[in-house]
Design a protein around this ligand. Sequence first.
Ligand code: PGA
Length: 245
Amino acid sequence: MSKLLVANWKMQLTIKESLTLAAQFAKIVKTTKNEVVICPDYSALSFVGPILKKTKLTLGAQDSATDNRAALTGEVSPLNLKALGVKYVILGHSERREHLHENSAIINRKIKSALVNKIIPILCIGEKLTEREDGQTKLFLNEELHHGLKGVKIKTASDLVIAYEPIWAISTNKNAKPMSPQEADEIQKFIRASAAKILKKNVRVIYGGSVDEKNAVSYLSQPNIDGALVGGASLKANSFAAVVK
Ligand code: PGA
């Protein structure tokens, strides 16, 4: 089955480096049955977009604003992202929740705003190590889903994606260690069912957190893992190409 593979470049590259990496991916990944989404930072979108146009790769953004037009200094409108050819947008990433104090109410508005513009939101949810150690993982994820998806309406199952990223497993976090694929699968089964109850659609659930070329197959072969959100390993053309293949 086709998987959704999303490269999250975060704020790790200059525009020039983004262009080079996009061109390298495009060269290596000529054919794939998977859907591959490249998410550069805002400043590189208009440069990377044209490179991806003639390829199998799709353009994504790492965030978008709550409104199409507003007095919101520094924000970027989903209307303009759409005009740049953005098809997917990562929303509610744990780094934005933690460092930029983004809460579920804001994320919920961003999801609705993306959907109005026909951009597919990738809603990120994930527990901290403390919640895991307290045995609160599922309770916490269920709450993030309910708050993030409150009042969200989608027409088809492919209109929205959930990305499950246990925060403690994200490679840049202190003492990060990957979650076992079996446990990830079990939790994603729970997320799938919970999201289906809220949205009345069986949306895709992808996994993120230290996914790389060595462990990708073990995650992607699990029945409840529809793809991967890849950070660190997406910054090297060969590593991400290996994940895709
Ligand atoms: P990682 O990042 O693959 O480097 O763990 C994933 C993410 O933060 O989306």
